[in-house]
Design a protein around this ligand. Structure first.
Ligand code: HAM
Length: 422
């Protein structure tokens, strides 16, 4: 038996990675425009971080973590998400001492032991942003605007932004009681997970995927209808900011999100054509997280988006990432003459040193086959070197678009190709 990659993981081959790099570059550009700087944290953390950060009643902590004991008997976990790590890094590196807010972004692999299906993997990739140190609704609006800008640039169609407020511990306490009263008589019909949630975190019953629980909680009192004045005011300001920026949204009073740290704003961006895994992005505010991890009370807000789901969303609308061809030239050599081959290699090297993107054949192909290769690689110019050209210290340059050719002194090639770049 040959060894295969683990279930729920992917190999990304050059045809894919070119698209990933293109998207990553786009995200980095947007982050630079919005003033977010990159954070890189370890891929594994102490297990305790996620138990406390993500929350003991979540599916992630209860069922989905890749946890192992290392040789020093420490319990470590492959990160299932990156918000808890970002909060830990903020505290551990005293980023609170910097001018606030601290606006960070990250991208990389996350790990969840979920049942793999279309769009759901055990190793998947997220891009995310976190803003620490601002309780202003403008921070909520800014992170949402950043996500929206990205998907708009990618021309994702049929996307909807769902937003809700899940309140603060005060409104939660009141809502929890109302919810327990409402669901109390239906307790026996709840699924086993929701029976547990009933005591520990009844709000999350709203997020249960079981049709029975969904039915039972259908007319339950919503947290949205029970917000305290401060949370209601905050949410109204977020909505106004989105309206001012022409970002359309749907108020979704049932949206509660699957992680325990959220307070106030919660949001998801969904697309309607990629099947069950329709959430391409999710996030919200988490004003209690830093304190939960042992820091001073510090507000925070952010989101993460699934990189793989970008491609599903594009594919579902019949699109793909179009990576622009970036080659400047392809050097074609008449085969069988060592001096010519060396001159060609010297020219390729010179042009590459000058910062140009240049390719040549490495298999000793015929001229015809080299032209085919140049065409396939999307080379706008082909530089041809044969015995005659070498004798004249010249090259033949063919414009691949209109097939026009001209003889050029070898010394002028670099300048000529560079000028075409502008
Ligand atoms: P999340 O909703 O668990 O939130 O994940 C965010 C996004 O990651 C999802 O909307 C989805 O696109 C993608 N995703 C999640 N699980 C998988 C999977 N198994 N396979 C493929 N894609 C997946 C968080 O992780 C929070 N940390 C977001 C956040 C940041 N909230 C505040 N700041």
């Amino acid at each position: 038996m040959t060894i295969k990659r683990p279930r729920g993981t992917n190999d990304f081959l050059p045809a894919d990675t070119a698209k990933w790099q293109y998207i990553e570059a786009m995200l980095r550009d947007i982050c630079a425009q919005f003033g977010y700087q990159e954070l890189r944290t370890p891929i594994f953390e102490e297990t305790e971080l996620f138990c406390r950060g993500v929350g003991g009643t979540t599916d992630i902590v209860q069922k989905e973590m890749y946890t192992f004991t290392d040789q020093g008997e420490r319990s470590l976990t492959l990160r299932p998400e990156n918000t808890a790590s970002a909060a830990r890094a903020y505290l551990e590196n005293k980023l609170f001492a910097l001018s606030q807010p601290v606006k960070l972004y990250y991208m990389g692999p996350m790990f969840r032991y979920e049942r793999p299906q279309a769009g759901r993997f055990r190793q998947f990739h997220q891009f995310g942003v976190e803003v620490f140190g601002s309780s202003s609704p403008w921070a909520d609006a800014e992170v949402i605007a950043l996500a929206w800008e990205f998907y708009s640039r990618l021309a994702i169609r049929n996307m909807v932004l769902h937003i809700n407020s899940v309140g603060c511990p005060d409104c939660r306490r009141k809502h929890r009681q109302l919810l327990q009263e409402f669901l109390g008589g239906k307790y026996d019909q709840l699924c086993n997970s929701c029976k547990e949630r009933f005591q520990r975190n009844p709000l999350r019953i709203m997020d249960c995927k079981s049709p029975v629980c969904q039915q039972l909680s259908q007319d339950a009192p919503t947290i949205y209808d029970n917000l305290c004045p401060d949370c209601a005011e905050h949410f109204a300001a977020v909505r106004q900011a989105l309206e001012a920026a022409n970002i359309p949204y749907t108020l979704d009073k049932r949206l509660v999100r699957g992680l325990d740290y959220y307070t106030k704003t919660a949001f998801e961006i969904l697309v309607d054509n990629i099947g069950a895994q329709s959430a391409i992005c999710g996030g919200g505010r988490y004003d209690g997280l830093i304190e939960e991890l042992g820091g001073e009370p510090t507000p925070g807000v952010g989101f993460a988006l699934g990189m793989e789901r970008i491609f599903s969303a594009l594919a579902a609308q019949g699109d793909d990432v179009q990576v622009p061809a970036s080659l400047d030239a392809f050097v074609v050599v008449s085969p069988g003459n060592e001096d010519v081959a060396n001159a060609a290699f010297a020219l390729v090297t010179q042009l590459r040193r000058a910062g140009l993107k240049v390719e040549q054949d490495l298999l000793g192909r015929s001229m015809k086959a080299q032209f085919k290769l140049a065409d396939k690689a999307g080379a706008p110019q082909v530089i041809i070197i044969g015995e005659e050209e070498l004798a004249q210290k010249a090259v033949l340059i063919r414009n691949m678009e209109n097939s026009e050719q001209q003889l050029l002194p070898a010394a002028e090639v670099e300048k000529y190709i560079k000028n075409l770049r502008r």
